[in-house]
Design a protein around this ligand. Structure first.
Ligand SMILES: [Zn+2]
Length: 105
């Protein structure tokens, strides 16, 4: 008998979930990407989820990033007006995600 330490999702106590601001789907926090409005009022990608500031979550799906931008979902969630630079950041992330090979799903 092998001692396999297969993590069983259902056995875990609590999985933190967050909602994507673009599509509204709830997902495990770790599968989402966090965007923060820093105390300085700039938009930043927060890959570790540790940056201070008001945060919003988006799926790892580029379409969510695009629609978040187009529908002003991020502006709404973060209560800020995105500058051209901020928008560029989101667009860059969207194209990164679009280009990334989707190993899952
Ligand atoms: Zn989404």
């Amino acid at each position: 008998m092998t001692v396999a330490t297969t993590p069983d999702r259902s056995a875990r106590k609590h999985v933190p979930e967050r909602m994507c601001v673009a599509c509204g789907r709830k997902q495990e926090k770790r599968t989402l990407l966090r965007v923060v409005r820093t105390p300085q009022g700039a938009l930043e990608l927060d890959e570790k989820g540790k940056k201070p500031g008001r945060g919003a979550y988006l799926c790892g799906d580029h379409t969510c990033w695009e629609s978040a931008l187009q529908r002003k979902r991020l502006e709404h969630a973060l209560r800020m007006t995105l500058t051209a630079q901020d928008k560029q950041l989101i667009k860059a992330q969207a194209s990164r995600l679009a280009a990334a090979p989707d190993s899952g799903s």
